[in-house]
Design a binder for this molecule. Structure first.
Ligand SMILES: [Zn+2]
Length: 84
């Protein structure tokens, strides 16, 4: 009995004869869910890579905003000094 994950790892867990055979099995190679259908493996449930990428983008944006605000503040300071 074989299971395949999205990375095309094949695993053959051993089940007792009277054990209930699960539809999904965690791939021992990469930890992704593996299914009985080789051509249609279950999709990874974890969405953390996407989330952390999104967080990274947000972080970047905040950094840029912060840099812009700082530049603006310096510019104001410079102008004020010139005015004196
Ligand atoms: Zn795998």
């Amino acid at each position: 009995m074989s299971y395949w994950c999205a990375n095309k790892h094949e695993s053959r867990p051993f089940f007792a004869v009277d054990a209930e055979i699960p539809d999904e099995w965690e791939c021992p190679s990469c930890g992704l869910p593996a299914g009985r259908d080789q051509n249609n493996p279950p999709k990874p449930k974890r969405t953390e890579p996407y989330k952390s990428h999104f967080a990274y983008v947000k972080e970047r944006r905040t950094d840029e905003d912060g840099a812009a605000l700082l530049a603006e503040a310096l510019e104001r300071l410079r102008k004020r000094r010139e005015g004196e």
